[in-house]
Ligand binder design. Structure first.
Ligand code: ADP
Ligand code: MG
Length: 227
């Protein structure tokens, strides 16, 4: 069986600005296999984040379909989409998006508050996720007491705590020095190889892209496989 995990077919997306329509993605068609580690690169403004947000069910689309594991997520209602997302997708952002007043452990636990897991198990899962990213001894630290690389590792723990099959990362090394960026790419590589996570990463960083299996270049809403 080589049915793709994610099948994107003639996807279109535009934004409306006043009475102007700005097309961002036009007729995008491609597949992503289960277990893939895909890097999307391309100039700023080319629609990389928009595509990522469509695949992750954060943004609606204007045409086409995105079938993930047999579900066309473009047909789901907002409530169904939120439920689907909470079970299948983990997010990693450029600026970590941690809640400043919460400890590392509490930040990691957040996505589990949407589940029916009892408090004790939520804690255990959050501790296990912090351990998986190499930060078991930082659980009581607030984000401001952590380096950028450590904050991104907390954000990665938060992304994997619900055990999603897909991880989307938007410029995950964009705010990091080279050493921390390399650490983060090693960590993502491990999640892909050892835990089988399918990873879709947008990046400007050629070194980060080199850690992925497959690189696709994105230009003006069109995709091509990099040479
Ligand atoms: P990239 O991530 O490749 O830099 P984006 O997907 O963020 O590109 O943006 C693609 C285009 O869509 C840009 O021209 C941007 O200004 C526009 N855009 C992105 N988000 C919105 C929005 N919420 N409303 C209007 N225009 C947007
Ligand atoms: Mg972007």
């Amino acid at each position: 069986m080589n049915t793709p995990l994610i099948a994107i077919d003639r996807l279109s997306k535009s934004y409306r600005r006043g009475d102007q329509i700005l097309p961002v993605l036009t007729d995008i068609t491609f597949d992503i296999a289960a277990g893939e580690f895909l890097a999307l690169i391309g100039p700023s403004g080319s629609g990389k984040s928009t595509l990522l947000n469509c695949i992750a069910g954060i943004d609606g689309v204007n045409g086409g379909s995105i079938v993930i594991n047999g579900t066309d997520i473009t047909t789901l209602s907002e409530g169904e989409l939120a439920e689907w997302r909470s079970r299948h997708v983990g997010f990693i952002f450029q600026f970590y998006n941690l809640i400043p007043v919460l400890s590392a452990l509490e930040n990691v636990e957040l996505p589990l508050l949407l589940t029916t897991l009892p408090a004790r198990q939520r804690r255990d899962h959050a501790r296990a996720a912090l351990e998986a990213v190499g930060l078991p001894d930082r659980s009581d630290h607030k984000p401001s007491q952590l380096s950028g690389g450590q904050q991104q590792r907390v954000a990665i723990a938060r992304a994997i705590v619900t055990d999603p099959d897909i991880i989307v990362a938007d410029e995950p090394t964009g705010d990091l020095d080279r050493t921390s960026a390399t650490d983060i790419m090693h960590l993502l590589g491990r999640l892909n190889r050892e835990l089988g996570k399918t990873i879709i990463m947008v990046t400007h960083d050629q070194r980060a892209a080199a850690a992925a299996h497959l690189v696709r270049t994105f230009e003006k809403g069109e995709l091509r496989v990099a040479p």
